[in-house]
Design a protein around this ligand. Structure first.
Ligand code: ACM
Ligand code: ZN
Length: 523
């Protein structure tokens, strides 16, 4: 019996017939997307597969890839081991690529000796995302590629790349060089004394985008507005209300200085930056953030208040909707779809364009509006913080909770995404611990059919899953860590909550007082 993750739609084992035996003569149909598979086979079996032209393959122990319209789903595939050879059928290359991910697991579990079998497989959701926060901690190009490879292994097809944050601006924008010269470095990190920084040149970005495309993964950059922009304000104070002089943020926590929605120059900045970003990311998806935009500066700012009056907006929430919709129209003109978080304060959507896709990060408080918007036709995908935020301690979201969660169906809820926020994830070791095996659980919801979901079956297959992760040197959480006892869970949770000790609260309090006194003086 095989334990393939994510669980394929159908696996039929046959008792009779010769087996496929991986050996030094084995060939595979030449395709442009084989290199990672070839590396895997070399690493695990010390076999270098021979690349063969289509139609040249005959006899046993070959891996034959054929594209055919007989497979209906664009990402689906059929993998058949018969007459001692492995035959992969797919409608498109993406399907064949996913078949190779399945084949890796068949090879590992059979020690390169695959019995006759038939697998029919296709994804449940069109959108299967993973988000990497490069803002809090910078990840090198090589590290990003490793994340991408691990995602491809899980048949994930969207890389959502969070590139701008209070704590660091990570993408080179030629028109605004300070963003990376200054905005990509912070003097220290929370209570640590160590400076931190880094950014991706436009060439780095192109390299990563190509790397993702070779793995049939779209790339969606995130330029988070109007909040989470302290790193940009640190470079260009005029972007904020009251032209505030700030440093790149060092501590975590929600900041109160956001983009000024009253100045036309703010919109010009956003459009200029988008011009360069969209050019680098051809997949026609752009995430505009929209989360955690505290409105207290807007309430005090004469320019923001003037804008509200002119546009007939009743409150600052509506001002944010005006802001997001205006930027949405700009990117839509260029053929892009914009995405935003369904942030905490969404309470009516009269001014929020319906063609903005929502990434669900919290359902509990806003479920009514989520359901209303779904009915009204807004498209969404689910990355509900509980249980899809991969950085949360296992004491909050254990493996079973991540597995059992149902993201909701209906054609407007078209996918799921697992974000890795990195406030407490400074290196790959910690990233591995947080992500695995939870990402495996979420990938199964994203790919496998709902009726095939079973935590018991999934848990029984974990030894084979861990073998697969070992082949990639992943330092996953053990069962004791990801299904912690009450006491261990409590300890994990308490340690995570050390963030409550941050200076951010005090810092915001003092900052708010400074802004208020300035406004009063001007009156
Ligand atoms: C979020 O959790 N800041 C979307
Ligand atoms: Zn303002």
């Amino acid at each position: 019996m095989f334990n393939i993750l994510p669980q394929p739609n159908e696996i039929l084992l046959s008792a009779e017939g010769p087996r496929f035996v991986l050996n030094s003569e084995t060939g595979i149909t030449k395709k442009p997307y084989l290199s990672e598979f070839l590396d895997f086979v070399k690493r695990e079996f010390d076999v270098r597969l021979h690349k063969r032209a289509e139609g040249e393959q005959q006899g046993e122990n070959e891996i034959v890839i054929t594209l055919t319209d007989e497979i209906e789903d664009e990402e689906g595939y059929r993998l058949s081991c018969r007459d001692g050879a492995v035959f992969i059928y797919a409608r498109q290359d993406a399907g064949a690529f996913y078949a190779l991910q399945t084949l890796k697991q068949l090879l590992l579990q059979s020690k390169g000796n695959v019995p006759p079998l038939l697998i029919n497989d296709k994804p449940r959701f069109k959108y299967r995302g993973f988000m990497l926060d490069s803002g809090r901690y910078f990840w090198t190009v090589e590290e990003v590629k490793r994340f991408v490879d691990l995602c491809a292994l899980h048949k994930i097809n969207v890389f959502h790349w969070h590139l701008t944050e209070d704590q660091g601006w990570r993408i080179e924008i030629k028109k605004y060089p300070l963003l990376t010269e200054k905005g990509s470095h912070r003097s220290h990190t929370n209570f640590g004394c160590v400076p931190h920084g880094g950014f991706y040149t436009q060439e780095d970005i192109k390299e990563i985008v190509n790397y993702c495309h070779e793995r049939f993964m779209k790339v969606m950059p995130e330029f988070d507005i109007p909040g989470h922009v302290v790193s940009a304000i640190a470079c260009y104070p005029e972007l904020s209300c009251f032209d505030r002089n700030l440093d790149v943020a060092t501590h975590w926590g929600v900041k109160h200085d956001i983009l000024c929605a009253g100045k036309e120059s703010t919109f010009q900045f956003v459009f200029d930056v988008l011009d360069e970003i969209l050019e680098l990311f051809p997949d026609k998806l752009i995430h505009l953030g929209g989360d955690e935009a505290v409105k207290m500066r807007w309430e005090l700012c004469p320019l923001c208040q003037k804008r509200m009056k002119e546009e007939g907006l009743k409150n600052e929430e509506q001002l944010q909707h005006y802001f997001m919709s205006r930027v949405n129209r700009y990117v839509r003109e260029k053929g892009y779809t914009s995405v935003m978080w369904n942030y905490d304060g969404v309470d009516g959507t009269d001014y929020l364009d319906r063609d903005i896709v929502w990434q669900i990060c919290g359902m509990s408080d806003n479920s009514n509006i989520v359901n209303e918007e779904l009915k009204a036709g807004r498209k969404m995908y689910n990355s509900s913080s509980f249980p899809y935020y991969l950085d949360f301690p296992y004491g909050w979201v254990n493996l079973k909770m991540a597995y059992d969660f149902e993201p909701g169906m209906g054609e407007n809820m078209f996918g799921v995404e697992a974000p890795l926020w990195t406030e407490y994830v400074p290196d790959l070791k910690k990233a591995d611990y947080c992500m695995f095996p939870r990402l495996g659980a979420i990938a199964e919801t994203a790919w496998s059919q709902q009726e095939d979901k079973s935590y018991e079956r999934f848990a029984a297959g974990l030894p084979e899953y861990f073998d697969l992760l070992n082949a990639y040197d992943v330092r996953y959480a053990t069962m004791a860590q990801c299904m912690p006892s009450k006491l261990r869970g409590k300890c994990q949770s308490t340690w995570w909550n050390r963030r409550m000790l941050h200076w951010q609260g005090v810092h915001n309090f003092i900052d708010d007082a400074i802004v208020k006194s300035k406004v009063q003086k001007q009156k």
